[in-house]
Design a protein around this ligand. Sequence first.
Ligand code: KIV
Length: 289
Amino acid sequence: MSTTFQLDTGTSRANPTPAPMKRLTVPAIHQRKVDGTTAEPIVVLTAYTARQAQLLDAHCDVLLVGDSLGQVIYGLPSSVPVTLEMMAAHGAAVVRGSYHSVVVVDMPFGSYEASPEQAFASAARLLKETGCAAIKLEGGEAMAPTVEFLVKRGIPVMGHVGLTPQAVNVLGGYNARGRTKVEATKIIADAKALDDAGAFAIVIEGVVEPIAIEVTKAVGCPTIGIGASAQCDGQVLVTEDMLGMFDRVPRFVKRYEAIADVISGAAAKYAEEVRSRTFPGVEQTYQPK
Ligand code: KIV
């Protein structure tokens, strides 16, 4: 499968193929953190489609095809029902739409927890079918043997600790983690176990700031915060949250746009013009020569 950006602009709505650029690599991301310090924070956004990837790619170091696509794209109540097929289809689209960022694809719930062998089969499928460079999976100490198994077999792994949305049924909700001593100790131990197992980076999600800082100091690999701390080695947001696509704005989200208003405003204008027969106009209609 081709991993280069080759959309046929004659038949698709894609922009012209950008000048080929060397893609960042997983080791380059890992090596951004030197002696516990990351001089240049790692920029990560989620992407689910080729066009979205095209628009984000030049600005990011990593594009994460998150299983948050379950809620964002498919309107599912959580990421639990997301399938490997969905991740493979969207992962391939994002790889086709990018040429610079490292593309990481989430392993969906149920595709990796049973055994390292199950995880290898799922991860290998994602790498083969999408052309992505790495996968992400949720969980700490319990998943460390699986992470080691994958890394030793050529599959780079991004870890994910703290609030792990696939475990929503165990956690009982999406509240921030690390408020009690027991939780805080567990998050730090989880991150250390993933680091020791060879994860090239670790997402810290929904964790009180002092613990996020402690984790960042405790591990050799870069940490990527979401609802964590500016002291993490990088940050990730769900792109649609950052763009203002949804009414609900979680505390950890900063809106950089109000794209929902732009879309619904444009749809209202279009509807008005269709109903008043002012669209299509002369410019949009074909006339005999
Ligand atoms: O699924 C996702 O988008 C994620 C990020 C929010 C870290 O896991």
